[in-house]
Design a binder for this molecule. Structure first.
Ligand SMILES: CC(C)(COP(=O)(O)OP(=O)(O)OC[C@H]1O[C@@H](n2cnc3c(N)ncnc32)[C@H](O)[C@@H]1OP(=O)(O)O)[C@@H](O)C(=O)NCCC(=O)NCCS
Length: 211
């Protein structure tokens, strides 16, 4: 058994592993174990995945690390085949994802999980889910349990707190009145001088498109 980065050809097996877990219900028949994933999503995000394979390249485990925002990544889609559980592979898959986060220079790794007792053992701590940027909830809004039966909590490795990034809600050339209406009094970090769009040249001497 070994861990390696996923290949494009692993996707059907990753999908089967995750979706078999996702289709299960707990004893109270209320909660599946994890979110199902489509082939499209997996092919698009295959570079996020580490897999655990046997000598025949059969996928028996997987875990993804998805860079989500400034200094923030999500650890998700963790699964270990029933036959391989209880042997430390879940921990190794999480460790591999944490190692990638370090390589990427990401300080805060979060997970949304209903296996909090497992993640506690791996030094993950509860945080207030509302501290995560709203865009990381995009998967939540597609979940059948969203708002009605969510059983997941947010946890971060070593209790790291996500950066509270200020994002201008209006264009950088918005009128003072529009800014005032939104209570925006200071420029955000994406455009420190508030005079150029965040996708524009960062070099102060570079010409603007309209100059
Ligand atoms: C959760 C899961 C990945 C754990 O994989 P695993 O290979 O059995 O985990 P490990 O053997 O690495 O366990 C590491 C530690 O966590 C403990 N642990 C494992 N599963 C646990 C659970 N559900 N609750 C509490 N502790 C758990 C182990 O006892 C071990 O503790 P130890 O270090 O004190 O001995 C696996 O059970 C699984 O795939 N579950 C279904 C899918 C799922 O729920 N994924 C998580 C989605 S958020």
């Amino acid at each position: 058994m070994q861990l390696r980065k996923a290949k494009n050809s692993d996707v059907p097996q990753i999908r089967a592993l995750i979706n078999e877990m996702a289709a299960r219900t707990d004893e109270d028949y209320k909660h599946g174990h994890m979110l199902p994933r489509s082939l499209t999503e997996l092919y698009e995000h295959v570079r996020d995945y580490t897999v655990m394979v046997d000598e025949n390249q059969r996928v028996l485990g997987c875990c993804a690390l998805h860079s989500a925002w400034d200094g923030l990544a999500e650890l998700k889609a963790l699964a270990v085949d029933d036959a391989a559980q209880g042997n430390g592979w879940g921990r190794k898959l999480v460790d591999a994802a944490l190692g990638e986060a370090e390589t990427l220079g990401i300080d805060c790794v979060f997970t949304l999980t209903n296996k909090d007792e497992f993640f506690k053992k791996l030094d993950f701590h509860y945080i207030d889910m509302r501290k995560l940027p709203q865009r990381v909830w995009s998967e939540c809004t597609a979940c059948p349990k969203f708002m009605v039966a969510c059983d997941e909590v947010a946890m971060t490795f070593r209790g790291a707190q996500p950066k509270q990034t200020f994002i201008p809600a209006v264009g950088v050339h918005a009128s003072p009145a529009a800014r005032a209406a939104l209570g925006i009094v200071a420029p955000g970090p994406m455009n420190p001088d508030a005079s150029r769009p965040p996708f524009g040249a960062q070099n102060g001497n570079a010409p603007r498109n309209d100059e």
